[in-house]
Design a protein around this ligand. Structure first.
Ligand code: HPA
Length: 279
């Protein structure tokens, strides 16, 4: 059932438990939850305690909000997200995003696991999202507009903040100079409703449409965040090549394993970018 709770109530509840203002919110994708261990003074709230929050049912998603500090910046980190393919209504998928807006967050960093459509971007690479294709078949803003969040017809020309993209690229270059071996690409993320992985024919189609990576998340939250005026950064962890591009089949355990392998670099990049964005 869709929640009838207002995200303002969720924000009020979170404030009653963690009184500090939040400047940046982060959503951790499949296999990337380990970043939450980096939070100083971590205060954890399981989703089931937060009014209006659904629960995450996917392996690799812990299902809690972690509040605290990264390099002096107050953060709220979603360790586990709600996916459309789990059967949630879009309103539930973007409920945490709107809660972050109600908490006063100005910035949102969205991360995910994704399949690459570009053979230069191999598993273990990271990708800065420059734009997206919403191929989920529905907008999370469908329905009566809540004018207190944003306008009926929000602009989507620059969903992913250019300055934040530069921060991510510069910090990735600094990490690479310090000896870490990884590749950070840039590209268009195509969101699909899932839960099936794609067929090789679909992958060829999304490639023709201009996608560089495919996944099953991120775009609803990015749209809701822009609607509410948050600045957005998106980073994909490339866990596999798209169906038919490698001769192998795609397996969720491979997605999780790749997340595990890039965890060190990924954590470092997020920490640096959060500090760079500042308060
Ligand atoms: N397709 C869709 N979603 C994904 C993939 C993929 O290949 N890899 C990780 N998430």
């Amino acid at each position: 059932m869709p929640s009838t709770t207002n995200p303002r109530e969720a924000a009020e509840f979170i404030r009653s438990r963690f009184g500090e203002p939040i400047s940046t919110a982060v959503v951790l994708g499949s296999g990337l939850g380990a970043f939450a261990d980096e939070i100083e003074g971590a205060f954890r709230i399981p989703y089931e305690e937060i009014p209006g929050f659904a629960r995450s049912t996917v392996e690799g998603h812990a299902g809690q909000l972690v509040l605290g500090h990264i390099g002096g910046v107050n953060v709220a980190v979603q360790q586990g997200r709600f996916h459309f393919y789990e059967g949630y209504e879009m309103g539930q998928v973007i409920f945490p995003t709107r809660t972050f807006a109600c908490l006063g967050a100005k910035n949102l960093i969205l991360t995910n696991a994704a399949g690459s459509l570009n053979t230069d971007m191999k598993p273990g690479s990271l990708m800065v999202i420059t734009d997206h294709l919403n191929c989920m078949g529905v907008s999370p803003l469908r329905g009566k507009n809540d004018d207190s969040f944003g306008p009926r017809f929000p602009d989507m020309t620059r969903v992913y903040d250019r300055e934040f993209q530069e921060f991510a690229e510069e910090e990735a270059a600094a990490i690479a100079r310090s000896g870490a071996d990884f590749y950070l690409g840039r590209g268009v993320y195509c969101a699909l409703s899932g839960p099936t992985y794609e067929t090789p024919a679909e992958i060829r189609m999304y490639r023709l449409l201009g996608a560089d990576a495919v996944g099953m998340s991120t775009v609803p939250e990015a749209i809701a965040a822009r609607h509410a005026g948050l600045r957005v950064l998106g980073i994909s962890c490339i866990t596999n090549l798209g169906a038919g591009l490698s001769g192998e089949i795609i397996d969720h355990s491979e997605v999780m394993e790749t997340g595990e392998k890039v965890k060190g670099v990924f954590k470092e990049l997020l920490k640096r970018v959060i500090s760079r964005i500042g308060s």
